[in-house]
Ligand binder design. Structure first.
Ligand code: CMX
Length: 138
């Protein structure tokens, strides 16, 4: 089942400028920057207490982030939920009628297996599932 909100994803145009703003806002620097080639994004992660915020900028125009910002502007792009077993959760949600955007989980940022649920299935909110990759799943 869904364990907790793992992070909030925020779509930004300029990663460095957004990092400066969120560093001031949260009073801490990002702990990690990571490019996810398959998603054409560069990400930057902040911790705020137990909570995580992911800034996402497009690396090219084919990126979902580029399309999102063109259409809706910068802002909250997705909510990610931590799951223990992403395969089981995808199966459960498929049976519940959610539109899962990935046939199988793929590798995302910050050592996670991820998949997405279409925003039309969840009241206009893009949902991400993520499972921590343990060393025996590498
Ligand atoms: N949140 C809410 N609504 C969204 C959305 C989002 N993040 N992205 C798109 N939409 C809406 C659009 O506004 C549009 O709504 P209308 O039909 O009412 O206009 C509809 O969904 C279709 O959007 P679109 O612009 O035509 O885009 P596509 O259908 O080509 O793609 C989506 C939309 C969600 C299927 C695609 O963005 C996707 O597969 N996303 C998952 C992957 C992803 O977002 N990767 C980047 C993050 C990677 C990471 O976190 O590491």
């Amino acid at each position: 089942m869904m364990q907790k909100i793992e992070h909030l994803g925020i779509a930004v145009k300029d990663l460095e400028a957004a990092e400066a703003i969120y560093s001031k806002l949260l009073g801490t620097e990002p702990y990690k920057r990571e490019t996810v080639e398959s998603e054409c994004v560069i990400t930057s992660f902040f911790m705020n207490g137990p909570n995580k915020i992911e800034l996402l900028a497009a690396t090219d125009e084919s990126s979902a982030i580029h399309k999102y910002i063109e259409k809706k502007g910068e802002g909250i792009h997705h909510i990610a939920f931590a799951v223990e077993d992403i395969h089981l959760e995808m199966e459960r949600l498929r049976k519940e009628g959610f539109v899962i955007l990935n046939e199988s989980p793929k590798r995302g940022a910050d050592n996670k297996l991820i998949c997405f649920i279409h925003p039309k299935s969840a009241n206009g909110v893009l949902i991400e599932l993520c499972q921590e990759i343990s060393s025996n799943e590498e």
